[in-house]
Each structure stands twice: as structure tokens, then as C-alpha cells.
Design a protein around this ligand. Structure first.
Ligand code: MOS
Length: 744
């Protein structure tokens, strides 16, 4: 059925929505404006734990332009979502306005709505809240936790095997609280028509957002519509709804006017999730030759007073290496912070920091090259489930990366490598991330105006989802890209997946392809049934479709008719067909296999001991994520993730005031992130082996894997350059000042 000689699948394709973004025509949630629209500004709690004794809105209520002030006493009923409801995943609506308890600093305790944003901001500052403050638990350290632990994965007898192992690593690794900082801040615009609510939202999942808001507001799901045409990223912070959406919807209903609420950057640090701090105790036991005998990981992560958010640091541990004796255990530590949220590579990214850092320490202790140690312990099958891997080329990632990086030139001694008056440190680590196909429905329509349209209730977080829809359609139908309309970001469309977990690409492709195949079949049938069509009354098997034209199999496409002509003859405005993706857990080809992506990260740091300056100068990253649909946007994802990895390794950390729970560095000046100036030279390679378990295209998705393994490769490189072993991120200048490598 393919009509293009050189396939667009796998061709570097510029984003089809690029011009809309660069000209400012793309409408993000906060860009939507409506007549008579009012502006809402939340009031955040100034304590971390306690009770609201009184909340005085009288001054605020009399300020110019103020229309409405809501708090827990006046908002009216908001419902909880059904626990473990697969159709509705929520963050922390329960903490908003349900009662008078304060569970974290910045928790919304009131919302002020006014004619203008400035008036609402001024009035929000005039709301007086009197608190009965209680002792808050804000300890950063999780040391001393003696609560319940759960067993995540177990095989063999890890305790005895570790005790008997001739070589051991036994260390604790810490990753800090980190805050999502997408360029676009969270926003809601709520518009009611009678009992029907439309929400213009910053969400990574319009379908889930609709389901949650229907439950929270007590509406039939049919009455709620969620629209997210464009997203300025999210990193996971926009996966699940936050309380401000419900506040906006209720305010709009009460006022009978559209209401817009846009969080500011400061609120982004306290009200919409974070990657929780993790403390991971790793024990590795090995032979003197480096063969793993035992692997234990016990991880703790912070969660809020209400949530049971498990960071899942043991995600990759059970299958990454071959080891007979293994156990992963975990525990949740409650603090008076808000609810955590998934953040790019939740679980595996902090988990692999600990595991891969420990493997690098083991290599150093054994005097074995860390690359050799990985290859020696590579797994042939998933030893946690006894399943074969669907497609695993981790070894090739390492070997390809080593060649590109020049790894064989590495000399092992600390501080032994120099260039241009600087000391070089070289480190590496492995990467892994889960792969799945979620259910997805897409409809493909041949339109009378000669255009082809695809509709799906997923959304483009900014990674290029619009473009891969167009690529698949172009490949299937031969219709040029500029005549394809991709319509996403609306819960009224057929149900599509969240933009999360790196699952979107793998989940949508099969539905789009099937939709196109089905639409072509329907078009051929229509051509056969339509009076005046060049293939009228022909046998179906004698009818072909080529690049938008239907024609007799034994005649050239030029002798047939374009779909627009056939639709005109049939007096139809359009002809559409549906395609569905079968989720991996229902597909016989994928439900018995271990499905993951892999990668290898090679990092070079430059160290100038005289001025204690460290810089990540070069990263080679090799990714095995199945077939790559669009190498241009995919490489962009990986390179962006590597830069984020530099931030994770050297910069990012949210610090809380121990008296109030307020983030001390809760703004973009004080919360350090990697910028262009911190970005190393980055070399991205895709192995591009299609994964047979992922369906026709064999693609697994690339949003998160590029971040995995960067931080432990950085700390290994730091050790190689400075001799300082840093087990707590981020690496600080204070750590490096302990280096005994004193000059370059
Ligand atoms: Mo991602 S943390 O699944 O948005």
C-alpha cells in the first residue's frame, strides 16, 4: 500500500506545527480569551502544617473589580475521584478546599476572582488567614525511617549471597527534590454553557482530565470537554489534574462568566508536583572477576500527607543485569510537602543513578573497565519474569558508544587525562526505560476539499506528535504533508493516550495506520459503488489506490480519479474510518515479552582545580528505542534530556525553609537548571532496530530514556577527574574542593 519510494518513516521531518509556534499563532491554554472573562488568582498557605482558624475575605471582597472570593467554606462540594480508577488518575484535588487543614506550604486556601488579573492579584494579597500552626515534618533526610517496607522484586537469596561475596559495594545514594520547570506554566480557562463545561487546559492527557474533572465536579462525563491544542512541555507535572482546575471551574459556574487562572512560576514550586527526594541503599556482591552474585536495592521516597506516591526507583533494577540473587524493597516517607508527581523518567532515572553509580564503584574497586563490567553482567533474558526481551541491544549501545567516544583511550588513574590545561574525567552508565502500547483510537477522513484529516484525543506535549501522525498518513496514503490536517488536543475526539511515559508514539502509530488502511478500503468500496467513477462496478480486488487516486489495477493512477472527485460524484463531504491500537498487554505478540528501551551514556567532564570549575564538555549517547519514526524530533528529545541530565547531575535541587516549608529557591533565578551555556557537545545515535512486539512500526518512544544514565555517568567522570566520590546529587563545588588533584 505504500506509495512513496523513499519512506517518510525514519526521515528527519520538520515539525508540521513549527510555523504556528514560531509565528505565535499556536494557542496555548492561557492564550484563550472570551468576552466577559474574569481572572482568578489563588491564595497559598503560609505554613506547612496546621489548621485555618479564620479566613477573613472582607477587605479583599471590597477591593476594586473583585467579583468572588472562594474558600473551603464557600466553594461547595467537590468530590474525590474513585481510588484506583484506571479511567481517572488524579493528583491532589482532595487537598483543595475540602477542609480547613493545611498540609503543605503553598496549598491553595482561597481563590479570588476579579475583572482583571491585576485586581485579582491585589485582592488575593489582602485575604487574611489566621492559622493554628502545628509542628511540620520537613526534614530533607529520610535517614531513620522505620516504617513499612514493601518487596518490589525478589529472586534467590540476596542476603546470604551478599554476605558471602568476596567483593562488595554497600552505599547509599541520594537524589534531591526537583521541580518541573516547563516553559509554559499551568493554566485553566473554564467556560460554561448551561451544564456543559469546556476547559482550556495545560494537560498531558485531555481524556483523563475530562474523566477526573467530571468526577470532582459531579458532572456526567459527557458534559465536560477538555482542550489542549498546544503544550509548552510538562515533564510529567501536567500528567494529572491539580486543584486549581476545579477552583477555576467552580468560580466560572458561580459567576456565570468564563474564568482564567494561570499559576505563576512561584506557585509552580509548591502546588503542582515535584520529583520527590530519594535515598537508595544499594548492596552489590561480586566475584573477583566482576560477576554479580547479589544485588539489593532499598529505596525510600518522600510523599505528601495524602498521597501514596511511589517513585518506583526499582523499575529497571530487576532486569538490567544477570544476577541470581536480587531484592528490591521500598518505603514511603511522609513529609509536609505537596503531592509529588512523575517527572521525566520517574523511578528509573533516580533508580539508575543509584544502581549505575554503584556499578561504577564496583568497577573501580575491582580495577575492571566499567564497560567490561557491564558486558560481563549483561542479561540474556528478563530474569525477574523469565521472559525473553522483545528487542534488547544494550551491548551494541555500549560498543557503538565506546567507539564514537574513543573510550579505549581512557587511562584509569584519577586525574591522569589532560587536554588544553584541564583535567578530563570520563564516565559511562547504562540506561533503560519501559515500553508499552496504550489503547488508542484515531479516525482518518478523506475530505471533499482534497485534504486528509486525522483526529485523535491525544495531545502534543511539544515533542512532535502532530508530525508523526502526518508522517504515518503520508506514508500510507501518499497525500502530501501540506494537505494533511492533524487534529489533536480535544477530549471530544476519539480517545487517545496521555503524553507520558514515552508511550505516545508507540501507542498512536498503529491506530493511525489502521485508520488509514480502513479509510482507503472504504474509499475503494465507495469508488466501486459510485456512478460515473472510473472503477464503477469493478471487483474490489481489481481496484487500486495510489497517492490519493483510485484506479483500476491494470491502469495507471492517471486513468483513475482523485478521492476529492469520487467524493464529489458521491455527493459526500467526507469519508472516514476508524483505527485502533491494541494495548501490548492484550496482544499475543507482546504480552509474554519484556519490553524496554536501552541506552548507553558516555560523559566527559573538564576539571580546572585551580578555580574549582567543572563543566560537562562532551556526551555521546546511544539509544535503542526501536525504530525511530522522526530522527529529527527524536534526536531533539535525547539532546534535551542530556542537557536536563547535566542539570540533574550538577544543578537542580529544590530547598525548603525548615520553619515554613516554603521553597527557598522557588523561582527561576535561584533554582538552577542547565542552560545553553551548560550544554555539552552532544552526539546522539539511534540503533534503529524495529521492535517486533510494538506492531507495524516497531517504535518504542524516546521522551525519557535520554535522561536515564546521564547523572551516574557524570559522577563517574567527576570521580575520574577529581577523585571525589559524590553519592548525593547535585554535585557541588563544596564536594569538589575536597579533590586532591590540585593542578592541571
Ligand atoms: Mo512523563 S514523567 O511520563 O510526563
Amino acid at each position: 500500500m505504500s506509495t512513496t519510494p523513499a519512506s517518510i518513516i525514519g526521515a528527519p521531518t520538520p515539525r508540521i506545527d513549527g510555523p504556528l509556534k514560531t509565528t505565535g499563532a499556536a494557542e496555548y491554554a492561557a492564550d484563550f480569551h472570551f468576552d466577559r472573562m474574569a481572572y482568578a488568582v489563588p491564595v497559598g498557605a503560609l505554613i506547612a502544617s496546621g489548621r485555618i482558624r479564620s479566613l477573613d475575605t472582607s477587605a479583599a471582597g471590597q477591593m476594586p473589580g473583585v467579583l468572588l472570593v472562594l474558600d473551603h467554606g464557600s466553594i461547595g462540594p467537590l468530590y474525590r475521584t474513585v481510588p484506583n480508577d484506571d479511567n481517572a488518575t488524579n493528583s491532589e484535588v482532595r487537598a483543595a478546599f475540602e477542609d480547613d487543614i493545611v498540609r503543605h506550604w503553598g496549598q491553595h486556601v482561597a481563590v479570588v476572582v476579579a475583572e482583571t488579573f491585576e485586581q485579582a492579584t491585589a485582592a488575593a494579597a489582602a485575604v487574611k488567614v489566621d492559622y493554628e500552626t502545628q509542628q511540620a515534618d520537613l526534614h530533607e533526610s529520610l535517614d531513620g525511617f522505620d516504617g513499612k517496607r514493601k518487596s518490589v522484586s525478589k529472586r534467590g537469596d540476596p542476603d546470604s549471597a551478599f554476605a558471602a561475596a568476596p567483593v562488595k559495594i554497600d552505599a547509599t545514594y541520594i537524589t534531591p527534590n526537583e521541580t518541573h520547570n516547563p516553559i509554559e506554566m499551568h493554566a485553566s480557562v473554564a467556560v460554561w454553557e448551561g451544564e456543559n463545561l469546556t476547559l482550556y487546559e495545560t494537560t498531558q492527557g485531555v481524556v483523563n482530565h475530562r474523566a477526573v474533572m467530571a468526577q470532582v465536579l459531579g458532572l456526567p462525563v459527557e458534559n465536560v470537554r477538555v482542550i489542549t491544542r498546544f503544550l509548552g512541555s510538562g515533564f510529567g507535572g501536567k500528567l494529572f489534574p491539580w486543584p486549581h482546575t476545579a477552583m477555576t471551574a467552580v468560580a466560572a459556574k458561580k459567576l456565570g462568566r468564563p474564568v482564567k487562572l494561570s499559576l505563576d512560576r512561584r506557585m509552580m514550586f509548591s502546588a503542582v508536583g515535584y520529583r520527590p527526594r530519594t535515598e537508595q541503599h544499594i548492596q552489590l556482591g561480586a566475584t573477583r572477576e566482576g560477576k554479580l552474585l547479589a544485588l539489593r536495592q532499598d529505596y525510600l521516597n518522600v510523599t505528601s500527607q495524602l498521597d501514596d506516591f511511589d517513585e518506583g526507583c526499582g523499575e529497571a533494577t530487576p532486569y538490567l543485569y544477570s544476577v541470581a540473587n536480587l531484592e528490591v524493597t521500598s518505603g514511603l516517607v511522609r513529609r509536609h510537602f505537596g503531592a509529588p508527581a512523575p517527572m521525566r523518567g520517574p523511578g528509573a532515572v533516580p533508580g539508575l543513578f543509584a544502581l549505575e553509580a554503584a556499578m561504577n564503584e564496583l568497577a573501580d574497586q575491582l580495577n575492571i573497565d566499567p564497560l567490561q563490567l557491564r558486558l560481563l553482567n549483561d542479561a540474556e533474558k528478563d530474569e525477574s519474569t523469565n521472559q525473553p526481551f522483545s528487542s534488547r541491544h544494550l551491548r551494541e549501545c555500549y560498543e557503538t558508544g565506546a567507539k564514537k567516544f574513543g573510550w579505549e583511550k581512557r587511562t584509569a588513574a584519577i586525574g591522569s587525562m589532560r587536554r588544553d590545561g584541564k583535567i578530563l574525567g570520563w564516565g559511562l552508565a547504562g540506561a533503560s526505560w519501559v515500553a508499552l502500547r496504550l489503547p488508542c483510537t484515531a479516525t482518518v477522513e478523506f475530505c471533499a476539499n482534497g485534504r486528509l484529516c486525522v483526529r485523535c484525543g491525544t495531545q502534543d506535549i511539544g515533542t512532535g506528535t502532530y508530525t508523526i501522525f502526518a508522517q504515518v498518513l503520508h506514508e500510507k496514503t501518499g497525500v502530501p504533508l501540506d494537505r494533511i490536517d492533524v487534529i489533536l488536543g480535544d477530549s471530544a475526539l476519539p480517545d487517545g493516550p496521555m503524553s507520558g511515559g514515552s508511550l505516545t508514539t508507540g501507542s498512536v502509530l498503529n491506530a493511525v495506520a489502521a485508520g488509514a488502511d480502513n479509510a482507503i478500503k472504504r474509499l475503494q468500496q465507495l469508488a466501486k459503488d459510485t456512478e460515473g467513477s472510473p472503477v464503477q462496478d469493478a471487483e474490489l480486488e481489481d481496484i487500486s489506490y495510489t497517492a490519493g487516486r483510485v484506479h483500476a489495477k491494470d491502469k495507471p493512477p492517471g486513468d483513475g480519479a482523485h478521492f476529492a472527485e469520487i467524493l464529489a460524484m458521491a455527493r459526500l463531504n467526507g469519508l472516514s474510518a476508524e483505527g485502533k491500537t491494541q494495548p501490548t498487554w492484550e496482544d499475543p505478540k507482546s504480552k509474554g515479552v519484556s519490553l524496554h528501551s536501552y541506552g548507553a551514556q558516555f560523559v566527559e567532564v573538564e576539571w580546572e582545580p585551580e578555580i574549582a570549575r567543572l563543566r560537562v564538555s562532551r556526551v555521546v549517547t546511544v539509544i535503542d528505542a526501536g525504530r525511530i519514526i522522526n530522527p529529527k524530533s527524536a534526536a531533539n528529545q535525547i539532546a534535551g534530556a542530556v542537557v536536563m541530565g547535566v542539570g540533574m547531575g550538577l544543578l537542580e535541587e529544590t530547598i525548603h525553609d525548615q520553619r515554613t516549608g516554603q521553597p527557598i529557591n522557588g523561582n527561576m533565578a535561584d533554582y538552577l537548571m542547565a542552560t545553553c551555556a551548560d550544554a555539552p557537545q552532544i552526539d546522539v545515535t539511534f540503533l534503529d532496530h524495529p521492535d517486533p512486539a510494538m506492531g507495524e512500526y516497531g517504535a518504542r518512544g524516546v521522551g525519557e530514556i535520554g535522561l536515564a544514565g546521564v547523572a551516574p555517568a557524570i559522577t563517574a567522570a567527576v570521580y575520574h577527574a577529581t577523585g571525589v566520590r559524590v553519592r548525593e546529587l547535585p554535585v557541588r563545588i563544596e564536594n569538589l574542593l575536597q579533590s586532591h588533584v590540585l593542578e592541571a
